[in-house]
Write a protein that binds this ligand. Structure first.
Ligand code: PHE
Length: 372
C-alpha cells in the first residue's frame, strides 16, 4: 500500500491513473486466458483478484483521494475489477467443463466387466458326492443313464413287478400327479431310480452296465433322517453268465473306493418285487469297526452301536422285469442295486441332520471347501 496521500499530487496517485489501471486489467485478463488448469486459475485469482493484487491495492488508494476525484477513480478501478472477476468466472466454468469431460473419459468404468469376487454359486455337496459315487462305477466300465423325475406309473411300478395293489403304490409313499385314464399309464414323481433300469434296457441291447444317479420323491415329512426329496444311485448289469458274486464284487469296490480299502460288506435278505433274491447292503462301520457292539462304555454314533451301516438295497433282477423290458431271459441274467446318496454323504462327511442338506445355507456348502 502507498503511504498516506497528503503529500501526493491531489489529482491521482500512480496506481489509479487510467493507463495503469488499464495495464493491470490487461495483465489480469491475459493471465486468466493463459491459465490452462483449475490449479493455475486459482493462482491467477490470488495474484490478480486477491486482497494483495494490484487492483485491490489500487482500490485502497481511492479513499485517500480528494472527494471530487473519488467517483471517477472508483468507476475506473471498479470496472476493471468487475471485468477481471467476470473473466475469472468464465474461465472457471470452461476449465471445470474440460475437467469433467476428461474425468468421464479417463475414469470411465466398464460396468459389464466381471468382478472376480462376485459370488458365483457352487455345486451342492449332494451333487459332488453323487458324482464321486458315479465315478467309481464309471471307473469299472459302467455307463451313465438317465430317466425323468416325473415318471409313468408303468415304469415306476408295473414294469418292476409291483402288483396293482402293492402297498408302495398307495398315497402313503407316492406323489401321484395324474391318474391313469383311457388305458394310459398314470403319472407319478418317481419313488426310486429303478424305473431307469427299464428305460436303460429298452434303449440298448445287452450287455448292459449302467448307473443312474438322480432325484427321487416320497411323501415323507422332513426330519433329521428323512426328506420328501432325496437321491439314489441305481446300478444295473445285464449280461451273459452274471451272478450275485459279481454284485458283491461291485459293491465291495464301491465301498472300498468311497469309504476305505479294507471295509467289509454284508448282504441281509430282503424283499423287492423287481429282484429275487433281494438283499439290503450293509458296510462295516468305518468309525468303530464293530468295537461298539455290546460295549455300553464306548457307544458309536455313526452306526448306533450296530457295527454295520445300511447303504442300500440290491438283488438279482427278477426275470419278470427282464421280460417286461424285452430281454431274453434264457440268455441273459443280471443284478441291480440302489444306493442312498444322502446316506453316503452323511457317512462320508459326518453330516448328522438331513435339514443341513436341504436348507440351502451356504455355510454348509462352504464347509465342504466349495468356492462360493
Ligand atoms: N429301488 C429300491 C429302493 O428304492 C432299491 C433297489 C434298487 C433294490 C435296485 C434292489 C435293486 O428301495
Amino acid at each position: 500500500m502507498s503511504a498516506p496521500n497528503s503529500s501526493y499530487d491531489p489529482v491521482e496517485v500512480t496506481p489509479l491513473q487510467p493507463d495503469e489501471v488499464a495495464r493491470m486489467r490487461e495483465e489480469a485478463l491475459a493471465a486468466i486466458a493463459a491459465a490452462d488448469s483449475l490449479e493455475k486459475l486459482k493462482e491467477v485469482r490470488i495474484a490478480h483478484a486477491g486482497d494483495r493484487s494490484p487492483l485491490a491495492l489500487a482500490n485502497r488508494e481511492i479513499g485517500a483521494l480528494p472527494p471530487s476525484a473519488r467517483a471517477e477513480a472508483g468507476k475506473r478501478v471498479g470496472g476493471a475489477r468487475r471485468d477481471v472477476a467476470e473473466a475469472l468466472k468464465e474461465r472457471q466454468t470452461v476449465l471445470e467443463e474440460e475437467r469433467d469431460n476428461r474425468v468421464l473419459v479417463e475414469e470411465a468404468v466398464d460396468v459389464t466387466l466381471p468382478w472376480d469376487r462376485v459370488p458365483r454359486g457352487a455345486r451342492h455337496p449332494l451333487t459332488t458326492v453323487a458324482e464321486r459315487m458315479t465315478d467309481i462305477f464309471v471307473g469299472m466300465g459302467f455307463e451313465v443313464a438317465e430317466g425323468p423325475e416325473t415318471e409313468a406309473e408303468w415304469f415306476n411300478f408295473d414294469a418292476l413287478n409291483f402288483l396293482p395293489d402293492h402297498p408302495a403304490r398307495t398315497m402313503q409313499d407316492t406323489f401321484f400327479l395324474e391318474a391313469p385314464s383311457g388305458g394310459e399309464s398314470g403319472l407319478v414323481l418317481r419313488t426310486h431310480t429303478s424305473p431307469v433300469q427299464i428305460r436303460a434296457l429298452l434303449d440298448r441291447e445287452p450287455p448292459v452296465y449302467v448307473v443312474a444317479p438322480g432325484k427321487t420323491f416320497r411323501t415323507d415329512e422332513l426330519d433329521a433322517t428323512h426328506s420328501p426329496v432325496f437321491h439314489q444311485l441305481e446300478g444295473l448289469v445285464v449280461d451273459e453268465g452274471i451272478t450275485m458274486a459279481h454284485l458283491r464284487g461291485a459293491i465291495d469296490a464301491f465301498v472300498h473306493g468311497m469309504f476305505g480299502a479294507d471295509l467289509r460288506t454284508r448282504f441281509r435278505p430282503s424283499y423287492f418285487p423287481f429282484t429275487e433274491p433281494s438283499a439290503e447292503v450293509d458296510m462295516e462301520c468305518f468309525v468303530c469297526r464293530g468295537a461298539s457292539v455290546g460295549d455300553p462304555d464306548a457307544p458309536c454314533r455313526t452306526c448306533g452301536s450296530e457295527g454295520w451301516i445300511e447303504i442300500g438295497g440290491c438283488g438279482v433282477v427278477n426275470p419278470r422285469v427282464l421280460t417286461a423290458a424285452g430281454v431274453d431271459t434264457g440268455r441273459y441274467s443280471g443284478w441291480a442295486f440302489g444306493l442312498g446318496v444322502e446316506r453316503t454323504l452323511m457317512f462320508a462327511h459326518g453330516v448328522e441332520d438331513m435339514h443341513d442338506m436341504v436348507e440351502g445355507d451356504i455355510r454348509f456348502t462352504s464347509a465342504f471347501g466349495m468356492e462360493i
